[in-house]
Every structure is written in structure tokens, then in C-alpha cells.
Design a protein around this ligand. Structure first.
Ligand code: CP
Length: 321
């Protein structure tokens, strides 16, 4: 593995899951693999789980992790080729990235989409600029369109509960949930491409009209606007808000009745409830669901460490790191 930017870099997903589960059993199994190496964790946006779990994962591999909150502590970065930098930006990524490559062996980057310019966001303008100019392995800590460390975590968490009795494949539902502000499509996009590539489930997406995801992520998947129908017999329900892809970055309707409640779970197969977190209680998911035995969101977040450790170990095993 050179970079970890999307499911395309994952190789065999079952192998990665097994690696992560092995680290969970024995976190220090490869405590010298990253000896003398350093990872820079660049945050252009806020984070709790990704920041902390990746630091712990790096430390478990004997690697030093340095966090740089670019948006708070760094110079304002320019990404446009040929820009005349007489405005607010102070340093071009062309100058910053090669320097970061001298300081670090691996670079992790979190950069959210603008939700204003769909073409730029979906071309991963910011992340790809770092990849282009830094020439060391890059790990996505959530980018404009995907969140691969979260998705690997999600596959690990589902596999923790398999096999199910009387079923060869679990029914996994991704349901849209209301939110108070427009959110990226990244987690939903990423979950779709990972669960499809993994191929271990019967997968269905449900959302209100107007919230279709980019079909590059959903092609071949059953999609319905009927949430009740989608939830029937579900074994896992992944709850997530996203803003409109078509009317890019907009909330096209409040659809508050899409919040997942205990009542809606009655027709499921005692479904396990997942969410990447942070979650808006009683907006996206009700207290009664989050505080019930249905919820596996804490287990899911705990698995972030092992997902990150499996990915970093794969990169360190590559002689380029
Ligand atoms: N799920 C997730 O990425 O959490 P953070 O934004 O807190 O890192």
C-alpha cells in the first residue's frame, strides 16, 4: 500500500479486517515497525476520533505522531496553480508539501469539501494537491468525497457481529437522517463503495427525494425513498445525514420524520445501529435508540484505532515509507 485515499487502495478488505482484529487482540505486536519514523497529521477541519485514534495507532507501531491544526495554527494555504498571491493566502501547497515530506515519513490529511464547488470537491482538489507535491505516502483522514478509515472501521464493526444465525449475508441499510446544517456526502459515499467492494452483505440505501448520492458510489445498489420498507428485516442500520449532491451542498427539505426512533426498529431483525459520530441526539437519532442495546456506536468508534493501525502497518511494510 502506497497511499490510503479510498477503497481503491485497500487491497483485500477481508485481509485488512483480519489485520485490524489481530491488532485489537495484541496492540503491541508490531511495536518496532515504525521505529524512527514520523507521521504528520494535518487537520484543516475539526476532529476527535480520527485525530486520537490515528495517534494511538501510530504509537502502537512505535511511530511518532505530530498533529498540526492547519486551520488554526498554520499559514493560510493556496492551492490554485499560477495564483497571484496578493490576497488572504500566505503559502502555496507547492512550497509547503515538499517541506512536510522532509519532516515526515507519512502524511495524514483531513480536508472537508467546500460544499460550494462540486467539481473541485469531487476532483479532491486539496487532497490531490498534497499527494502531487509531497511524494510520501498520504492517508486520508476524511477528504472532500470519502472517509476510508471510517469505512474500514465500519466493515470491521459489522464483521464483529458475523456470521448471523440463519442468514448467509446480513441486510445492511444506510438511512439518511435529518440535520441542522448541510453536511458532506463523504461518509455515505465511502460506506457505499466499501460495503459494495466487500460484498459480504445485502445492501440498500434509503433517503428522501432529492438526496441521491453520486451514482459513481451507488451504482448497482438498491435505493428507495421508502424508509419503512428499507428497514424491514434489517440487521444493521447505518444512520447518516448528507446534503444534496444534485443541488450541491443544499438542504432541500427538512424531512424531520426521517429521524430513527425505537418504533421504527420494530420491523428490523433486532438491528444494530451504527453512526460515525459525532451525532446530533434527537435530530439524527433519538436518545432511546442511542442509549439502547441496539446501538453499537461506541464499539464502532473504538475500532477506529485498529483500522488506523492496520492501514499504517500496511504502509510501513511498503519499503517506500
Ligand atoms: N467519525 C469521525 O471521523 O469522527 P471525528 O470527526 O471526531 O474524527
Amino acid at each position: 500500500m502506497k497511499n490510503f485515499l479510498s477503497v481503491k487502495d485497500a487491497g483485500n478488505i477481508d485481509t485488512l479486517i483480519r489485520c485490524a482484529v489481530d491488532f485489537r487482540k495484541n496492540p503491541g505486536a508490531k511495536h518496532t515497525l515504525g521505529k524512527g519514523k514520523r507521521i504528520g497529521l494535518l487537520f484543516l477541519n475539526p476532529s476527535m476520533r480520527t485525530r486520537l485514534s490515528t495517534q494511538i495507532a501510530a504509537q502502537n507501531l512505535g511511530m511518532e505522531a505530530i498533529v498540526f491544526n492547519v486551520s488554526q495554527d498554520g499559514w493560510s494555504l493556496e492551492f490554485e496553480e499560477g495564483a497571484i498571491m496578493n490576497g488572504a493566502t500566505v503559502e502555496h501547497v507547492k512550497d509547503a508539501a515538499p517541506i512536510l515530506a522532509r519532516y515526515f515519513n507519512i502524511l495524514g490529511i483531513r480536508t472537508f469539501p467546500s460544499l460550494k464547488n462540486r467539481e473541485e470537491d469531487y476532483n479532491e482538489y486539496v487532497l490531490n494537491s498534497f499527494v502531487k507535491y509531497c511524494n510520501i505516502p498520504v492517508v486520508s483522514l476524511e477528504s472532500a468525497t470519502v472517509h476510508p478509515l471510517q469505512s474500514l472501521t465500519d466493515m470491521i464493526t459489522i464483521s464483529d457481529h458475523l456470521p448471523l444465525k440463519d442468514k448467509t449475508k446480513p441486510k445492511v441499510v444506510l438511512t439518511w437522517a435529518p440535520h441542522v446544517k448541510p453536511l458532506p456526502q463523504c461518509v455515505a459515499n465511502s460506506f457505499c463503495e466499501w460495503i459494495t467492494a466487500w460484498g459480504a452483505s445485502d445492501f440498500i440505501i434509503t433517503h428522501p427525494e432529492g438526496y441521491d448520492l453520486d451514482d459513481r458510489f451507488t451504482s448497482g445498489t438498491t435505493i428507495t425513498n421508502d424508509q419503512a420498507q428499507a428497514l424491514r428485516d434489517a440487521d444493521f442500520v447505518y444512520v447518516k445525514n448528507w446534503s444534496s449532491y444534485k443541488e450541491y451542498g443544499k438542504i432541500t427539505g427538512n424531512a424531520n420524520d426521517w429521524m430513527l426512533t425505537r418504533g421504527k426498529l420494530a420491523t428490523t431483525n433486532h438491528a444494530k445501529i451504527m453512526h460515525c459520530l459525532p451525532v446530533r441526539r434527537n435530530v439524527e437519532l433519538s436518545d432511546e435508540v442511542l442509549d439502547s442495546t441496539h446501538s453499537i456506536v461506541t464499539q464502532q468508534a473504538a475500532n477506529r484505532v485498529w483500522a488506523a493501525q492496520a492501514v499504517l502497518a500496511e504502509i510501513l511494510n511498503n519499503k517506500d515509507a
